[in-house]
Design a binder for this molecule. Structure first.
Ligand code: TRP
Length: 458
């Protein structure tokens, strides 16, 4: 978005809100709970928290450095900071990854809209836990229903991206993010007062490392990138809109804190209910859509809460989706000189077609499996799950190269100057940051990655 680089977020609150709105999304409320269920709970949560603080924080700082210094889209950012080198390929990798993510993301966001509609029309009221589970299965495996809702979601996303409403995002993030918080806390209160809630809380918080597998560690790593929107160009693109005088570290700290808080609150809303209603914690992508309707059915004003919850899930997804479409659109505009409208429509159409195809992995293409080499063996997955797993791996690869780029290729003085905003702020943490980004982050990513791909410690 070269054309708009003089348009900066209004102060650090603006960037915090926009980045938080990107970070908080389906990753926190849909993906975190279900992978926590699949990978056995508490121990997975601890690894996730470690990844977020030790790897996520320095990488988010680094993405902002690349973005703010270059003030352009992810591909051109690398070209600008390191001309005539292959580094721009990492920008391409980021853009490819963002498209892969938004393709399945838009499908799940479509489910959220459908559930908001179902709640508004009372379609879930009075159903037994089994019936709720069945309803979800029937819906997602239908050959056309999910497509309509995905389309609705993509139209909403394009509508905002076309208008280039960073002010709009900023303004309504300000209103909606606090609302999301209030709502989640109300759900938490209901969830922890359910009979048998403690089993769910133990599952989430009592560490049981015997359940931890190498695959779980890779998934925690992948998810720490996903939840912080790192590795798909979003934070580089947003970094370009941060004012030169803002202090990056507190911005990053607040984004990470807000994002983690929402994920944990979502876990607390969901797991007590999972155990109280006998849903399998390992039930995968459907977890939120199956457990929460049970909680709502047990609540005073449950139907209203249900509607508001799924509406907010949709909105949280929308502000994230915008940040996933934006890197490609910004490349088409600044790299190829396209008009924003044409760029947005082309990108959105492509995403809709790919997403609609992936969605059939739950439906008519359910028997079509793709191989994935993980844990030393080829596993077969439907195309929907396959894409989610693929992005879990692409994000750390892109993160690895961001670390190498900022740690080893960029000039040390330039990096320090960005962190201190040209000497305005103290950077007592600089040495620590530098060692982390040069050694610890790449080594950790490489180790976890290779171990899990080749199944070294089975
Ligand atoms: N972080 C968002 C979520 O948790 C998803 C997202 C938006 C994302 N932009 C991204 C993930 C860039 C990876 C990279 O729902």
């Amino acid at each position: 978005m070269n054309q708009n680089t003089n348009e900066k977020f209004t102060g650090s609150l603006g960037i915090i809100l926009a980045a938080v709105a990107s970070a908080i999304g389906l990753g926190n409320i849909w993906k975190f709970p279900y992978i926590t269920g699949v990978y056995g709970g508490s121990a997975f949560v601890i690894v996730y928290l470690l990844c977020v603080t030790l790897i996520g924080v320095p990488l988010l700082l680094s993405a902002f450095i690349i973005g703010r210094k270059s003030e352009t889209d992810p591909v051109d950012a690398f070209k600008k900071l390191s001309p005539h080198t292959p580094w721009f390929l990492n920008g391409w990798l980021a853009i490819f990854t963002s498209l892969a993510i938004i393709s399945f993301y838009s499908v799940v966001a479509g489910w959220a809209i459908y559930y908001a509609y179902l709640s508004a029309t009372g379609g879930l009221v009075g159903l037994s836990p089994e019936e709720i589970g069945k309803a979800f299965g029937t819906f997602t495996s239908s050959s056309w229903q999910p497509l309509i809702w995905q389309l609705v979601f993509m139209i909403a996303t394009s509508y905002i991206v076309i208008k280039d409403v960073r002010d709009g995002i900023e303004r309504y993030s300000r209103l909606l993010m606090p609302l999301l918080l209030v709502l989640l806390i109300s759900l938490d209160i209901r969830a922890v007062t359910l009979d048998g809630a403690s089993v769910g809380l133990d599952f989430l918080f009592k560490p049981d490392f015997s359940k931890l597998t190498v695959e779980a560690v890779l998934s925690a790593l992948g998810h720490s990138f996903f939840t912080l929107s790192i590795g798909a160009g979003t934070m580089i693109t947003y970094g370009a809109y941060i004012r030169k005088k803002d202090n990056l570290l507190p911005i990053v700290a607040q984004i990470v804190a807000a994002d983690t808080l929402i994920a944990i609150l979502a876990g607390i809303a969901i797991f007590p209910a999972v155990f109280a209603f006998g849903v399998e914690p390992t039930s995968g992508p459907g977890l939120v859509f199956i457990t929460l309707p049970n909680v709502f059915n047990q609540m005073p004003l449950g139907q209203l809460f249900s509607f508001v919850f799924f509406l907010l899930l949709f909105i949280a997804a929308l502000t994230s989706a915008i940040s996933l479409v934006e890197p490609s659109v910004s490349y088409l505009i600044s790299g190829l000189g396209w008009k924003r409208k044409k760029a947005t429509i082309c990108v959105s159409l492509t995403i809709t077609v790919i997403g609609a195809t992936l969605s059939q992995g739950n439906g008519i293409l359910n028997n079509f499996k793709l191989p994935f080499y993980i844990n030393g063996i080829f596993q077969k997955m439907d195309i929907f799950g396959w894409t989610i797993t693929l992005t879990d791996q692409l994000l750390p690869i892109s993160g690895f190269f961001i670390a190498i780029f900022v740690g080893w290729t960029l000039d040390k003085k330039l990096v320090q100057k960005e962190l201190s905003s040209s000497g305005k702020y103290k950077t007592g943490y600089f040495q620590f940051y530098r060692i982390t980004i040069r050694f610890i982050v790449p080594a950790a990513i490489a180790l976890i990655f290779l171990t899990s791909i080749f199944g070294l410690f089975k």
